[in-house]
Design a binder for this molecule. Structure first.
Ligand SMILES: Cc1ncc(COP(=O)(O)OP(=O)(O)O)c(N)n1
Ligand SMILES: Cc1ncsc1CCOP(=O)(O)O
Ligand SMILES: [Mg+2]
Length: 488
């Protein structure tokens, strides 16, 4: 299971004071009913015997395993990830969704070797250097604290509000706050950029765990950062493509959209009459303004018609380590007209493609990138493989009318996946490519895996086409607002 940012919002960790697996499971289930979004089983050698607080019960490996299996089953029932603190081997043995490890526990690389790529690994990091290393070494999230005084972990390092915020703002993986968090102090962490609240005592000391969790969940879900996406593209004065389509699409996905405009176009549903490129410097300034304030969870790139504009985008994406990146390599218009010159193509291929998570060429664009002619579905598969082998990014090769109707091809490290679509008889398709790529970016921003992001984006396109909006005298725009009315 791969982690999505929103799954960290209400991070419930088991308390050290209950006698049997059954009672623990009851308590955990109440927190799940209240809205816990992730559960961690944390055991420290012994627990206080609730019947006699001067005594302790030793946590044997058998007892730990028994409890883990019980809570794992519950988490499955509620479709919530189940993590184990410290004990990587137990997590591997029972196939838990993940582990949380501390700086003095097992190194991430060793844990990854035991657990594999699909298992969530969280790491405690209270120093910026440690947090950056956690990200570089492949942690899926970081836990930082104690952000407030806590009696639950005596050796917890106190972490100032400023230091916590700096960690949140400096790494692209989510950061969870821990330590002394209560329903009444959690507001103080608002705007730090945190992804979630990890809580033990404020939840489990309450007589009504379910209601307590639900009040905390309400606050947490409001406070954790909304998902954000950035489009780097050209403006379409008619509103159906480019920046305008991208922002509408992001909004329809409940993703906060931002833009860096590469060009102004005078166009409508019948064609483009004029293009006015922004300067590379101004494009760079827009990107600085965005990245130094609201970090996008995903980036979509559209029209970039000069080598200099492409280079500045590549430089800024590298500078800010922006990812994931959906690149719509706008090179050939629907009419067949080539939109970028040889110099720009070189820059696109050499500077930008290596930074892309996924590219979304149409068939003429894939022909240029692969230097192969594409006439059949088999040609599509071959060209996609060539592009993947050459540039290393996932390819979504859009089928087009002549070859495969509404079926698109994804080629990634696992090879070929055909994504079948339903052909919708609607001649109004202006902005479909822009809309598809920004829908993929929106889904990625929300944390969906790439293939699922593509599938969801295709379903969104089908809905926008099915709405049969009919505006303008040419190929009209899509009904971007449908997603608001129809859940995918
Ligand atoms: C979400 C989360 N963050 C931090 C911790 C602390 O882990 P660690 O530093 O390994 O300390 P122990 O929990 O093992 O005492 C955590 N468990 N969860
Ligand atoms: C495990 C851990 N790591 C840092 S503080 C802490 C304890 C959190 O418990 P509480 O929510 O009761 O303060
Ligand atoms: Mg630990």
């Amino acid at each position: 299971m791969k982690l999505t940012r929103s799954q960290l919002a209400v991070y419930v960790i088991t308390p050290p004071t209950y006698p049997t697996g059954q009672e623990l499971a009851d308590q955990v289930e109440q927190s799940l009913k209240g809205g816990a979004t992730i559960i961690q089983l944390r055991r420290k050698g012994s627990i206080i015997d609730p019947k006699d607080s001067t005594k302790t019960i030793t946590i044997t490996p058998e007892l730990m395993r028994e409890e883990a299996l019980l809570i794992q089953a519950l988490c499955k029932q509620y479709n919530v990830p189940f993590l184990i603190d410290d004990n990587v081997q137990l997590a591997a043995d029972i196939k838990a969704d993940g582990v949380h490890i501390g700086q003095d526990d097992m190194p991430i690389a060793e844990a990854r070797k035991i657990l594999g790529d699909d298992v969530i690994i969280g790491l405690t990091a209270n120093k910026l250097d440690d947090a950056i290393r956690a990200y570089e070494e492949g942690a899926d999230y970081v836990g930082s604290g104690a952000v407030f005084a806590t009696g639950t972990k005596n050796d917890a390092t106190p972490l100032s509000h400023k230091a916590f915020e700096t960690i949140c703002r400096s790494i692209p993986i989510p950061v969870v706050a821990i330590g002394g968090i209560t329903e009444s102090n959690m507001d103080q962490l608002d705007t730090t950029g945190l992804a979630g609240f990890a809580i033990i005592s404020d939840i489990f000391n309450d007589a009504d765990i379910e209601t307590k969790t639900s009040r905390i969940a309400q606050k947490a879900n409001r406070m954790v950062l909304p998902h954000t996406a950035l489009t780097i593209a050209g403006s379409d004065s008619s509103g159906g493509a480019g920046i305008q389509a991208d922002l509408k699409t992001m909004m329809a996905h409940h993703v906060y959209g931002m833009s860096a405009i590469t060009a102004l176009t005078a166009q409508n549903t019948t064609g483009v009459t004029s293009i006015f490129n922004t300067t590379p410097q101004f494009l760079g300034e827009q990107l600085d303004a965005v990245f130094t304030d609201i970090r996008p969870d995903a980036v979509k790139i559209g029209m970039l018609s000069t080598k200099e504009l492409i280079q500045v985008v590549a430089e800024k994406l590298r500078q800010y380590d922006a990812k994931p990146v959906v690149l719509d390599p706008v090179m050939v218009a629907t009419s067949g007209a080539r939109l970028i010159d040889e110099n720009a193509l070189d820059a696109l291929v050499n500077d930008l493609l290596p930074l892309a998570t996924v590219i979304t060429p149409n068939i003429p664009e894939a022909e240029i990138l692969s230097r192969e002619s594409i006439k059949t579905a088999a040609d599509m598969e071959h060209a996609a493989k060539t592009i993947f082998d050459t540039y290393g990014c996932t390819i979504l090769l859009k089928g087009g009318h002549t070859i495969n109707d509404a079926n698109d091809l994804v080629y990634d490290a696992n090879g070929i996946h055909w994504i079948t679509g339903q052909r919708i008889q609607n001649p109004n398709t202006h902005g479909t490519g822009c809309t598809l790529s920004s829908a993929i970016a929106s889904n990625l921003a929300k944390g969906y895996p790439l293939l699922e992001s593509i599938e969801r984006a295709k379903r969104y396109i089908s809905l926008t086409l099915s709405a049969m909006l009919d505006l303008g005298q040419g190929s009209g725009p899509l009904e971007h607002g449908v997603k608001i009315k129809n859940e995918l």
